[in-house]
Design a binder for this molecule. Structure first.
Ligand code: HAM
Length: 405
């Protein structure tokens, strides 16, 4: 009988990957907390209509990529394809839209999209995301971008930042009409997908990856030239704050994002070191989403980082911390080692080898476990109340008083 394999596009996370994964979560969470975010966890399974009403029926995510099924109670449910919708549902369900005030939440966990798997594109992948409610100031847009930069800088990851403004309910419809007029005139030359989108979601045409379509779109009206006064002022201010903080960016008027809930600021961080699926983080403002999901109008903004894509870029040697290997040279030393371990574990990763062995064998196991310090106790050390130590990096050896270790 053939062994059972994990599903296509769904991976286990273990060994080196899990070390990187937890290293990322710990440090991204720490940075988010420093920015005033607290953790939120929402269910992985939600009603399908949640994503239809938020991500949008015309988006590829909802249209083609949902893991959707009818459960045993006849409910139409699906595995979440992204995190924002669930967080907004929770915000409304807990009546926080009525309470007023600001809320800043971060989350991480698995997301599911039935896409064609390839490098950097999975069917089950993980996101680290943040969502902010009740803050309409464009300073928050800049704050969010600076926070993502802080996270990427911490992990020494180079990036390119693209920003755009998608306007609001005043200027977007006027722009959309102009765009549809332009697109209708070149309809015959555009690809099949674009033709479908002219009707369902014309803004997404700007995002078409077909080279010929991109050429034809070169002269299309640009959203940033069609913003109302408020959106224009906000976008100018955002650029000013980013400039003031020396954050480099490009304006990409074709950056429309694959989810329908955005208004005003939209942004994407990309890396040129991970192949075609280069987006490592994306997000933007969604000031109407709380309303779409039945809540009182509340400003919202957030982002999500694709963890698997990021892990490709984190250097393993950055993760390694000091770790201690404790070994017994005789049976009696084991008891002493349990005490030493309890003390050292308050600050260091500490491993005890339970089988008493000779020097050479202990060093072999310690190296295999990538320990940085080897500490051994034998009969002599017990008698003298000492411990033998060797730093495997500097090769320095010394025997010291147990209480000084
Ligand atoms: P998104 O751009 O769809 O936005 O996804 C965010 C990130 O998740 C992407 O930049 C990418 O790194 C990663 N990602 C997406 N799909 C896959 C995949 N199939 N395999 C591996 N990684 C993937 C959102 O999901 C929004 N909820 C972000 C947001 C939060 N906007 C406001 N708040």
């Amino acid at each position: 009988m053939a062994n059972i394999q994990s599903l296509r596009g769904m991976n286990d996370i273990l060994d080196k990957d899990s070390e990187l994964f937890t290293y990322f979560i710990e440090n991204a969470s720490r940075i988010a907390k420093n920015y005033g975010f607290t953790y939120i966890e929402t269910p992985i399974l939600e009603e399908t209509s949640l994503f239809k009403r938020s991500v949008g029926e015309s988006s590829d995510i909802v249209n083609k990529e949902m893991y959707q099924f009818i459960d045993k109670g006849e409910n139409d449910v699906c595995l979440r394809p992204e995190g924002t919708a669930g967080v907004v549902r929770s915000f409304v369900q807990n009546k926080l839209d009525r309470a007023g005030g600001n809320y800043r939440w971060y989350y991480y966990g698995p997301m599911f999209r039935y896409e064609r798997p390839q490098k950097g594109r999975l069917r089950e992948f993980h996101q680290f995301g943040c969502e902010v409610f009740g803050v309409s100031s464009v300073y928050e847009d800049a704050n969010i971008i600076m926070m993502i930069k802080d996270i990427l800088d911490f992990f020494k990851i180079g990036f390119k930042l693209q920003i755009n403004s998608l306007g609001c309910q005043t200027c977007m419809p006027v722009y959309r009409e102009k765009l549809v007029n332009y697109l209708t005139n070149i309809k015959e030359e555009l690809c099949e997908d674009c033709n479908r989108r002219i009707v369902t979601n014309p803004i997404r045409v700007l995002d078409c990856k077909v080279e010929n379509c991109q050429k034809l779109l070169y002269n299309a009206p640009k959203i940033t030239h069609n913003l109302c006064e408020k959106c224009d002022t906000d976008f100018e201010k955002l650029k000013e704050i980013l400039d003031f903080n020396n954050i480099e960016y490009e304006i990409d008027t074709n950056l429309v994002r694959g989810l329908d809930y955005y208004s005003q600021t939209a942004f994407e961080f990309t890396s040129n070191e991970i192949g075609a699926q280069s987006a490592i983080a994306g997000g933007g403002r969604y000031d109407r989403l709380v309303e779409f999901l039945g809540g009182r109008p509340t400003a919202g903004i957030g982002f999500a980082i694709g963890i698997e894509r990021l892990l490709e870029l984190i250097k393993t040697e950055d993760v390694k911390k000091e770790s201690i290997y404790l070994g017994a040279l005789c049976e009696e030393a084991l008891n002493v080692l349990t005490k030493v371990a309890a003390k050292k574990r308050k600050d260091y990763k500490t491993f005890i080898e339970y089988t008493p062995r000779g020097f050479g064998k202990h060093f072999k196991i310690a190296e295999k476990n990538s320990a940085t310090i080897v500490a051994l106790i034998g009969e002599n050390e017990i008698k003298e109340g000492t411990i033998y130590t060797k730093n495997l990096k500097t090769k320095e050896e010394k025997t010291i008083k147990l209480e000084d270790f």
